[in-house]
Ligand binder design. Structure first.
Ligand code: HEM
Length: 471
């Protein structure tokens, strides 16, 4: 099999067609920055961000730093991680959904939660999770097969990822529940996730006007989660092995203290896993399909690799090791279009990064979007080239590839996310050929995740040579 984009090839043509946001050539005023922040966070960074390693600035009276340097990133995310908290607007926007769950927890509460949850997400659990992924992928393929004309693929992938999250959590098909959850999340996304001036300026402990509406949402959200947990708990403990993540979380014990989760903690962890996992993964899958449609030669490579591979629920986990190119493709998608495009931290106490003094309250941004396109770490950074991640390729420089973050707070669901993205992409490419209707013109925007700025319709046609599964 010939693999375009392998190391040594010259895949320059693959760069030109992929969309990216405006890059300001000059420094903007604070008012312009505020408007950009509401419109598209990816436009915050001008040309110098992609060549320099430490970019200080001021915004709304606070010192800000964009950090692109590996040693600096290591310092903030690992060596002195306890000194850097999540910022107030992240807390405001996510707390109504995630409560005190792992993503937002700090200090000893975070350590307890992380120790307790980690075994549920270990590689040992991947075959069980892959079964849930493959079951829902199969249903989605059937639904897409019944679609005629233009397809709103992003909508289908968001539903798919939410159903995978719900199914791997509760085993229940729970279609009604995923629909209700989806409606609530859409409402929340539309009305409560764009920070206004108060959200940005007030400390997290002081409620902003927007927080009042978010608090009302939280009451409805927790009532819904409680209903589902009651329904699921009625199934009782598993006869033998854990059926899903709920079984794992309900039985999980902190290996150091022996303590498990109480009811409210369990509800927040269930919410955290579902929310943190589904929007990010559906976004990754959207960009994977978009790029495959833009670059048909690479789409053909995936189709060739997955042709005839048995991806049914019972054997999907086993099939993963054969999907080497598909995995490299996903890794490269996560480089150029990282769903989590920005990690923001606030210094608790005075510190020093790369010899620069950091005052308490300084906002430190680490942006996978920028680092993954930074000229110091990547050759032809704008070029989409899965060869960078194929076996035998030189590994990326340390801390230059951070789709899942790094250090103690690295994404706990990374293995699950990769399993899901690779299996679903493989199953879709096995069945359909993907094309963009009308050229697929659009720009990526950074909101909570990296999204297209407008509906991007696809045309799906069935592949002509569906082979029998290979042994
Ligand atoms: C492609 C999909 C995904 C991407 C790109 C992604 C990205 C990330 C990143 C960058 C972080 C670190 C954030 C920071 O340090 O500020 C993170 C944390 C986290 N992710 Fe993911 N994630 C994905 C899928 C998932 C899945 C499937 C789950 C759960 C089932 C999950 C659960 C979490 C949780 C709970 C944390 C917080 C960990 C902690 O603070 O200890 N993520 N994720």
């Amino acid at each position: 099999m010939s693999i375009p984009g392998r190391r040594g090839d010259n895949p320059t043509a693959m760069a030109a067609t992929l969309p990216f946001p405006e890059r300001a050539a000059r420094r903007r005023s604070q008012l312009e920055d505020f408007l950009v922040l509401r419109r598209n966070l990816l436009e915050l960074w001008g040309e110098p961000a992609y060549t320099e390693t430490f970019l200080p600035g001021r915004f709304l009276g606070r010192t800000q730093v964009l950090l692109n340097d590996p040693a600096g990133i290591r310092h903030v995310l690992i060596e002195n991680a306890d000194n850097y908290d999540r910022n107030a607007s992240t807390m405001r926007i996510l707390r109504p959904l995630l409560g005190g769950g792992l993503f937002l927890a700090t200090g000893e509460a975070w350590r307890h939660r992380r120790r307790t949850i980690a075994p549920a997400m270990s590689p040992r659990m991947m075959p069980m999770l892959a079964r849930h992924v493959a079951t829902i992928a199969e249903e989605t393929v059937a639904e897409l097969g019944a679609c005629f004309g233009l397809v709103n693929l992003l909508g289908h992938l968001q539903r798919l990822a939410l159903r995978i999250a719900a199914h791997s959590m509760f085993s229940l098909e729970a279609t009604g529940f995923s629909r209700e959850m989806r409606e609530k999340l859409m409402d929340y996304g539309l009305h409560h996730t764009r920070p206004d001036m108060f959200d940005l300026m007030l400390p997290a402990a002081i409620p902003s006007p927007g927080d009042r509406a978010r608090a009302r949402f939280r009451t409805e959200w927790t009532a819904m989660m409680d209903r589902v947990i009651d329904m699921r708990s009625a199934l009782g403990p598993p006869p033998e092995e854990a059926r899903d993540l709920f079984d794992m979380l309900a039985a999980a014990r902190d290996p150091e203290t022996g303590r498990g989760f109480d009811r409210a903690e369990l509800r927040d962890e269930v919410s955290t896993m579902i929310i943190a996992g589904h929007e990010t993964t559906s976004t990754a899958l959207f960009w994977a399909c978009y790029i495959a449609a833009k670059l048909p030669a690479l789409q053909a490579e995936i189709a060739e690799e997955v042709r005839g591979v048995d991806l049914s629920p019972g054997v999907a986990a086993e099939a993963l090791k054969r999907l080497v190119y598909t995995r490299a493709f996903v890794d490269e998608v996560l480089r150029l279009y990282p769903p989590a495009f920005l990690m923001v931290r606030v210094a608790r106490e005075a510190d020093s990064i790369l010899g620069h003094s950091i005052a308490p309250g300084t906002v430190v941004s680490i942006a996978p979007w920028v680092i993954h396109r930074h000229h110091a770490y990547w050759t032809d950074p704008e070029t989409f080239n899965p060869g960078r991640f194929l076996p035998g390729a030189k590994p990326p420089a340390r801390f230059s590839y951070l789709p899942f973050g790094a250090g103690p707070r690295i994404c706990v669901g990374a293995q699950f996310a990769l399993t899901e993205a690779v299996l679903v992409l493989a199953r879709l490419m096995q069945t359909f050929e993907f094309q963009l209707a009308g050229g697929g013109g659009m720009r990526p925007v950074g909101r909570v995740t990296t999204q297209p700025d407008r509906p991007t319709p696809f045309i799906l046609t069935r592949r002509r040579v569906p082979a029998a599964p290979r042994p």
